[in-house]
Design a protein around this ligand. Sequence first.
Ligand SMILES: *[C@@H]1O[C@H](CO)[C@@H](O)[C@H](O)[C@H]1NC(C)=O
Ligand SMILES: *[C@@H]1O[C@H](CO)[C@@H](O)[C@H](O)[C@H]1NC(C)=O
Ligand SMILES: *[C@@H]1O[C@H](CO)[C@@H](O)[C@H](O)[C@H]1NC(C)=O
Ligand SMILES: *[C@@H]1O[C@H](CO)[C@@H](O)[C@H](O)[C@H]1NC(C)=O
Ligand SMILES: *[C@@H]1O[C@H](CO)[C@@H](O)[C@H](O)[C@H]1NC(C)=O
Ligand SMILES: *[C@@H]1O[C@H](CO)[C@@H](O)[C@H](O)[C@H]1NC(C)=O
Ligand SMILES: *[C@@H]1O[C@H](CO)[C@@H](O)[C@H](O)[C@H]1NC(C)=O
Ligand SMILES: *[C@@H]1O[C@H](CO)[C@@H](O)[C@H](O)[C@H]1NC(C)=O
Ligand SMILES: *[C@@H]1O[C@H](CO)[C@@H](O)[C@H](O)[C@H]1NC(C)=O
Length: 409
Amino acid sequence: MSSVPLSFPSLPHKFLFLGCFFYFAILQVVNAATPTINVGNISKVEDAAYFRLYYGQTFKVIKNGLDGKSYLLIQNNTRMATRTKYCTTRIKSFVIPLSNYSIDTVFFPVSFFELVGLLGNLKGITSELVASPCVLKLYREGQVGIVNKTDPGQISQFSAYFISNTDQSQACNYATFVPFGEDAPLQRAEWIKYLGVFANLEIRANQVYDTIKENYLCLSGVAANKTSFKPIVAWMEFNDGVWSFTKETYKLKYVEDAGGVNVDDSVNKVTYNISIPDDLEEFHAILCTVDVVIDETYVPDPIAYTVSTFLQNTNVEDHSCFAFLENQSLWRFDKRIQNSTVLVQDWYDGAVSQPQLVLADLIEALFPSGNYTTTYIRNIAKGEGVMAISPEMCERESSTALDPVVVAC
Ligand SMILES: *[C@@H]1O[C@H](CO)[C@@H](O)[C@H](O)[C@H]1NC(C)=O
Ligand SMILES: *[C@@H]1O[C@H](CO)[C@@H](O)[C@H](O)[C@H]1NC(C)=O
Ligand SMILES: *[C@@H]1O[C@H](CO)[C@@H](O)[C@H](O)[C@H]1NC(C)=O
Ligand SMILES: *[C@@H]1O[C@H](CO)[C@@H](O)[C@H](O)[C@H]1NC(C)=O
Ligand SMILES: *[C@@H]1O[C@H](CO)[C@@H](O)[C@H](O)[C@H]1NC(C)=O
Ligand SMILES: *[C@@H]1O[C@H](CO)[C@@H](O)[C@H](O)[C@H]1NC(C)=O
Ligand SMILES: *[C@@H]1O[C@H](CO)[C@@H](O)[C@H](O)[C@H]1NC(C)=O
Ligand SMILES: *[C@@H]1O[C@H](CO)[C@@H](O)[C@H](O)[C@H]1NC(C)=O
Ligand SMILES: *[C@@H]1O[C@H](CO)[C@@H](O)[C@H](O)[C@H]1NC(C)=O
């Protein structure tokens, strides 16, 4: 789409250049304490590394550091809202609060919208491949329709169209939302503030994040004090005859915060081809040091993945030294799935917006109390199965906000 910079008859010259918006916006934040300027409700980014918020009197600016996009959000009751429209590859403008929006459901964590309380304005999804019971319910009731994302005419009817795959050409109403790009669990969760800004719901977004963060830090504080023995944890994945250990920072962080230690750093970089005897021998030795395994192996049908699938994949005959088997601690994060032709896992949705629940799960995996029901992970060593997500599981009026779960700490 081409740029449509309209004129600003009522604005001073310094607005002629886009950069000035940011300059002006920063000034407003600096001056926020002075009584003459009312910036309304604001969110401050505390932990996230990849987005920034700036506030003006009648507008706000979001800068997404992962894809370099900026969004100029103009309050709907201002003159600027009717006069200003930006649509370049780097900056787009939106009139807020958004009256409606749609979502490209591919790997998109819709739970963030639920926590802010924005499902009432959701009008379109690109498929029913979502892990949220309440979105499925809205769809079944006809409140939310399926839109054809390759048809520009259908997408353009929404005030905003949110996507998480930034690797595509983007029309004027596209807005990217990429919490997955952050390196730590809390940083990912803080992206709720990014959405709050589009709806003037900063206060709500701040509350949700504060609640989640406080609970997360409390749980990790208790876990850190748990015991002198720190279990060794491996996130590992089997693909095409090769096992590999995860390098994803947020997963390693979860283990540390849950009071465990990750398998040695040198191991994290290596892959092991089970058809190569030397590789297999080394892989076997590493597994003998591990107390808890999280098997991330992707399979289209998680119901069929059991402990014997795991053992088959390892190709190790003598597993007598596997402490994680003896202690029955072999986990997968596909506990909550939608039963459809394409696998949809809540791990990529609800688990991103509520990391305190994932942390509580991991603490239970590392230090079993036998008294906590995990949300996202299941212990296949104990034969624990999956839970199919369905519209009936939506327990609230869909348009009301979802409250974050606070785990006893
Ligand atoms: C500030 O937040 C309160 C509570 O959420 C809301 O009632 C009010 O409209 C908000 N004000 C602005 C300017 O967004
Ligand atoms: C601005 O948005 C609010 C909240 O959606 C709405 O009530 C109001 O009518 C809108 N105002 C204008 C001028 O569009
Ligand atoms: C979606 O829109 C494109 C472009 O208009 C069209 O070619 C395609 O057939 C549509 N797909 C469906 C399932 O309607
Ligand atoms: C979304 O809101 C805009 C602006 O109010 C309106 O023009 C459009 O028709 C709405 N679209 C849908 C699908 O409700
Ligand atoms: C952890 O232990 C230290 C030292 O015993 C104590 O000061 C601290 O309060 C404990 N933290 C938690 C969260 O229990
Ligand atoms: C694993 O090793 C076998 C035997 O050397 C080889 O045929 C296969 O291509 C290797 N797999 C991968 C993914 O490299
Ligand atoms: C099993 O876990 C307990 C702690 O929960 C630990 O004391 C024990 O050593 C573990 N057993 C094995 C075989 O690792
Ligand atoms: C998934 O759906 C299929 C067909 O609708 C059904 O046979 C199967 O039992 C379902 N599985 C679960 C776990 O609900
Ligand atoms: C299990 O949890 C419940 C509620 O959290 C608590 O009342 C009970 O004492 C716990 N039981 C054990 C054995 O820890």
